[in-house]
Ligand binder design. Structure first.
Ligand code: ARG
Length: 255
């Protein structure tokens, strides 16, 4: 008898103490929180603000998906190099980074349904004589390391050709084009168009028919079907209710 009375007195005290402990990063009191990795040097898809927060089309899309599916997200700027391994190691739960779905990547991560269509573009100085992709042979070409732009250029010149200038970020490659250090840059159309519109009118772009259509997907760790199903369900829902179209129009105008 005396012991149970004692428990009744002590138990509330104990509970109030444990409640004060900060909730861990992934177990929020009400909704789950997932860590989203993105290489935020890829406007208009993802870029860093002056206050270090990340904004862009991808961020609005994953936020809309999270709202629909009922989970929280924390977006963490994560360099492209190492992005995929952060997912494998569990340091990131979700990647949204204008990532093109391809068979090689499918081996190491699982992708949502496509959420955006893209294609490679060649950016060149206005005065350049180049009219098609194969004419880039012998010229210095800037790409972001490990992207699909790197892949197509490696396909043309061979992976080890010294004329392929690899950069950590696409903006760095484009800056080198502005500086005259490379003759061309090959990268995703959305990012090249955005850069040229915002930075200079001294460049032009060429779309080559040999470039295949690409589709961006949201990635989760291989086998995380529970999260993937939530993402796919919410992606379908935001396409149905017009949220997706609103976000699309905000960044790219009407389709
Ligand atoms: N779509 C290209 C690829 O998947 C480039 C993506 C780069 N994304 C970024 N946020 N830097 O390889």
């Amino acid at each position: 008898m005396r012991i149970s009375w004692l428990l009744l007195l002590v138990l509330p005290l104990f509970l109030s103490c444990t409640k004060k402990e900060a909730p861990s990063a992934t177990t929020h009191s009400t909704a789950l929180e997932f860590i989203v990795g993105t290489d935020a040097a890829y406007a208009p898809f993802e870029s860093e603000n002056a206050d270090k927060s990340v904004e862009g089309f991808d961020i609005d899309i994953i936020q809309a998906i999270a709202d629909k599916a009922g989970f929280k997200i924390k977006v963490v700027n994560t360099p492209w190099e190492g992005l995929f391994s952060q997912l494998a190691s569990g340091d990131r739960d979700i990647l949204i980074s204008a990532i093109t779905i391809n068979s090689e990547r499918k081996k190491v991560m699982d992708f949502s349904e496509p959420y955006f269509e893209a294609v490679q573009l060649i950016a060149l100085p206005l005065k350049s004589k180049v009219t098609k992709f194969t004419e880039l042979r012998g010229l210095k070409i800037g790409v972001q390391t490990g992207t699909t732009g790197d892949e197509v250029v490696s396909g043309l010149l061979g992976k080890t050709d010294a004329n392929i200038k690899r950069f950590e970020g696409t903006p760095l490659a484009l800056q080198e084009l502005v500086n005259g250090g490379v003759d061309a840059v090959v990268a995703d159309n959305g990012v090249i168009d955005n850069f040229l519109a915002n930075n200079t009118k001294a460049f032009k772009t060429i779309a080559d028919p040999s470039f295949a259509k690409e589709h961006y997907g949201i990635a989760v760790k291989k086998g995380n079907t529970e999260l993937l199903n939530k993402i796919n369900g919410a992606l379908t829902a935001i396409k149905k209710d017009g949220t997706y179209q609103k976000i699309y129009a905000k960044y790219f105008g009407k389709k």
